[in-house]
Design a protein around this ligand. Structure first.
Ligand code: ZN
Ligand code: ZN
Length: 150
């Protein structure tokens, strides 16, 4: 089950919809992202990890990332790479997603800003202490609606 947020700028009203977590189609998304990662579409580092650990897996759940440089807000899959604790383990059933208790983190995926290429930081919670700044006017963007999606 995922969660949807609408961020609205207090000053100019600029709004942004963000969907975090995953929906019912997680298996489908994971299969697609795994294929892309193996083809190198998400960087050489991830492609090399799949070559080293063919039975590894990635985290395809959506997270929110924020660029402190240019204020870009992106919602994209985490893509952290995990390998099975038991090296003999067969590749995960991609339809249902792997049981993450049986995996350990190998490498966190570096999220670079699509605009300025600076590293982006993950927004864990949308709180007032760490507000997202509006890319249009520099105002504070607050989360207005929360909705479940699946
Ligand atoms: Zn604004
Ligand atoms: Zn940026």
């Amino acid at each position: 089950m995922g969660m949807g947020y609408t961020l609205v700028c207090e000053k100019c009203g600029h709004s942004r919809n963000l969907f975090v977590g995953c929906g019912m189609m997680y298996g489908e998304v994971l299969r697609e992202k795994t294929q892309e990662a193996k083809e190198g579409l998400h960087g050489e580092a991830l492609k090399a990890l799949f070559e080293t650990y063919p039975n590894g897996c990635i985290d395809a759940m959506n997270n929110i990332y924020y660029c402190g440089e240019c204020r870009a807000v992106e919602c994209e899959p985490g893509l952290d790479f995990y390998k099975p604790i038991d090296p003999e383990k067969a590749p995960a059933d991609e339809w249902f997603g792997p049981d993450m208790d049986q995996y350990e983190l190998v490498e966190e995926h570096a999220h670079l800003c699509p605009k300025c290429r600076k590293p982006m930081k993950q927004v864990i919670r949308l709180t007032d202490e760490e507000p997202v700044v509006c890319p249009e006017c520099g105002g504070i963007m607050r989360s207005r609606h929360r909705l479940m999606w699946d």
